[in-house]
Design a protein around this ligand. Sequence first.
Ligand code: FAD
Length: 378
Amino acid sequence: MTRGTPDFDIILAGGGLAGRSLAYYLSIHPGVGDVRILLIDDSSRYQHRSIVYWYDGALPLHLTPSASYTTLAVDSAAGLRRLSLDRHTLSLTSSQRIFDCLDQVIDSDPRITRLHAHAARVHVQRGRVVVTLADGRVVDGSHCCDSTAPPSGAAPPLLMTGEIRRVRTERESFDPSVATFMDFRSSDDGQPGRFHCLLPVSPREALVETTRITRGDAPLPRRPFDAVAAHYLRSTCGVTGFSTLAVELGAIPLGLHRQAPRGRHLYVGAASGIIKATTGYGFTRILHQSQLVASSFAATGSPRSPEPPRRFRFYDKPVLRMWLHDPEAAVRFMRAAFASLDADLILDFLDERTTPLQERELLGSMPVRMLLRPRLWL
Ligand SMILES: Cc1cc2nc3c(=O)[nH]c(=O)nc-3n(C[C@H](O)[C@H](O)[C@H](O)COP(=O)(O)OP(=O)(O)OC[C@H]3O[C@@H](n4cnc5c(N)ncnc54)[C@H](O)[C@@H]3O)c2cc1C
């Protein structure tokens, strides 16, 4: 490192979905110009995963999904109901496919340097950001967008843990146009923190997600939920005769605080607290954040990520508290939330894209009083 010009204009620490998406949008933005971008990633242990996402209109990425759905089946207070998606496309892909798609652009851009390394420390010093690598090397940049670190070393308030099981059935058992989202029906057996999603990829193949919401310091499940998934398929979905092709295990921290930018050091992706607290999803929000950061960098020379309206945190917080203190009430609340007949509106709300007027319409169908219980605000 010299005292002259910084080594890079922008350092992207972490090259998962957020770091790569940002590199991608910086690369394709016509206003970014001739800049030096460093993408540091220590991804040797990256666990690839299935990714469910929805988008209103067209996804701003040429991604070919492995499945797309036109109907959402939701577990409402009135039982499982099918709602058609008019504006949104709900799709299934994998982090590997997304990486491949982003890497095509990133790897052909000479302005982007990739460095396989572990960033041990990121700090701001004399108007530049200094990244110390685990092997002792040091690089500096004018700005750093950091998706490496969890916001704090402490356990998150809640964990969404579970498995995604790819199954093949002996007979045609699934409707490939219908995705079942947050199905609590099998939680009626005394496991209120548990729900399933069913994502067909063909009439005989589907992903079955079994998810538990637990306290953030709860131990992670070490073994797949064979019996739980089998019970859901047999008893709730009426599917008999199936075999398991693959199982993914994972955990999503929920309710992490948003990280405020520290001058030239900006948190992005999950590290910025962008994962939606009520769903655990973040892919399309990460794409949107990356577009905004790239645009602000192109316009002002400084990467900035505008805060979403605070009222959405106001909605999420008591729901998280409910999962923590009274999971049965949380299930009742979620079922009531899905009583709305407008699936597109529900997805807009989960994406924090609704207007206050639309929220009034949606909240009208929810037992809002449940959210106002004082202990949910402790
Ligand atoms: C199991 C699981 C399933 C999920 N499923 C969905 C889903 O279906 N749909 C959805 O929308 N969202 C989903 N999410 C949420 C969200 O989309 C992902 O968490 C997403 O990967 C977050 O992107 P990120 O770049 O912030 O973090 P990551 O993708 O985890 O990337 C972080 C990167 O930084 C690297 N890194 C970490 N520390 C260092 C360091 N010190 N130095 C250098 N590199 C480092 C890591 O190797 C990694 O490559 C899921 C999350 C998890 C955990």
